[in-house]
Design a protein around this ligand. Structure first.
Ligand code: AMP
Length: 357
């Protein structure tokens, strides 16, 4: 593809903090951004050049967006395929809708990873209580039942300690199509964040150690401990194979469990990722900048660390009350997402700390 010149307009589907940070990175490179989201409160709209508040399914709105934008991207993976595919028939859309389709369905995602030589937890697709019980006899307990679609931050999933809990688990996820996954014994969780350009060039970031609290990412730290560092190459190679197989353009994130037998793939996100927010100050070129570079046909930027150690802490709910304290810390960079209400569990901002070892 030809390079998209500065001054061009990048369309962003989705109005959250990822769109907000993408729009800021685009502005730094001289691009305009146009956000489409249905939300009354769009924090991406606050940093974008223009905003349309509308449903994703309106053809009139999508036609306007295709007219206005030179390239379109999206900031969340649960967007319906139909509007994305419609836009893709009129204007370049990156990452391509095929990546979204795979990432939106846990069974397609696991099957895809199995075909390209990645390791996943043992899994079975289940659509009824009988299938769940049969799957439990094969996979054993403990296990995790996850809805096929629309799960995130630990939502839409339930642990099954023994086979007697099958019915309660099936009720708990609303009797929806799901996968049953064997429980993985791991020492750490980490992610590979990789950018792939139109020409197939790739850069990936050093992997952060990701620690969760109540199913939500709490902390990403680098450099990662030895248990992760030793699995970096294998996990990054798999992420690269995924990106190549999909002809992917943009940032792709894969989450892994570090186990004694090597990295086990958990899930992928066809977008910039919370575990990559540290890259804004902690890497030479951030994940947001590299996503913009990739979709605009620019050369990819350097993913090296800018400090010996980096930590990203999510500010969830009333963690934002600590802002004054954080601002007083040397080496700390505070990011607030411009959200009005600090509800429990809501991602309000993050802080990145650049540290000496
Ligand atoms: P997910 O929504 O798939 O990322 O799962 C949320 C969290 O649940 C993960 O970050 C893990 O801490 C845990 N988890 C998910 N799948 C498994 C598994 N198969 N075995 C053990 N823990 C898991």
């Amino acid at each position: 593809m030809t390079l998209l010149p500065p001054g061009s307009t990048i369309g962003i589907l989705g109005g959250g903090q990822l769109g907000r940070m993408l729009a800021s990175a685009a502005a730094e490179l001289g691009y305009r951004t146009h956000v489409l989201a249905p939300d009354a409160e769009s924090v991406a709209a606050q940093t974008a050049s223009s905003f349309t508040r509308a449903d994703y399914h309106s053809r009139i709105v999508l036609d306007e967006m295709a007219e206005l934008c030179d390239v379109v991207t999206y900031e969340f993976e649960n967007i319906a395929i139909d509007p994305v595919a419609y836009l893709a028939s009129k204007v370049p859309v990156h990452p391509a809708p095929a990546a979204l389709e795979i990432a939106q369905d846990r069974a397609s995602e696991k099957a895809f990873i199995d075909t390209i030589g990645g390791r996943t937890a043992p899994w079975r697709r289940v659509t009824s209580i009988a299938e769940l019980q049969a799957a439990l006899t094969v996979i054993g307990a403990p296990a995790i039942l996850k809805t096929l679609r629309l799960g995130y931050d630990g939502k839409g999933q339930v642990r099954i300690a023994d086979a007697g809990e099958a019915e309660a688990a099936w009720e708990a996820i609303g009797q929806q199509p799901a996968i049953l996954e064997g429980f993985v014994t791991f020492s750490h969780e980490f992610s590979i964040i990789l950018a792939r350009g139109h020409d197939g060039s790739m850069v990936s970031y050093p992997p952060p150690w990701n620690q969760h609290k109540d199913g939500i990412l709490a902390l990403s730290t680098l450099p990662a401990p030895a248990e992760i560092a030793g699995q970096w190459a294998v996990a990054a190679a798999l992420t690269g194979r995924i990106a190549d197989a999909l002809g992917y353009v943009g940032i792709l994130t894969c989450e892994f469990f570090a186990t004694v037998d090597g990295p086990v793939f958990n899930e992928m996100a066809p977008r910039v990722h919370n575990s990559g927010h540290w890259t804004i100050e902690g890497a030479v070129a951030s994940q947001f900048e590299n996503h913009i570079r990739a979709i605009c046909g620019l050369p990819l930027g350097d993913s090296a660390l800018t400090a010996p150690a980096v930590e990203m802490e999510n500010l969830i709910g009333n963690d934002v009350d600590r802002c004054a304290e954080i601002l007083a810390e040397p080496g700390a960079h505070l990011h607030l997402y411009g959200k009005a209400n600090a509800r429990p569990g809501r991602k309000m901002g993050h802080v990145t700390r650049l540290k000496r070892l």
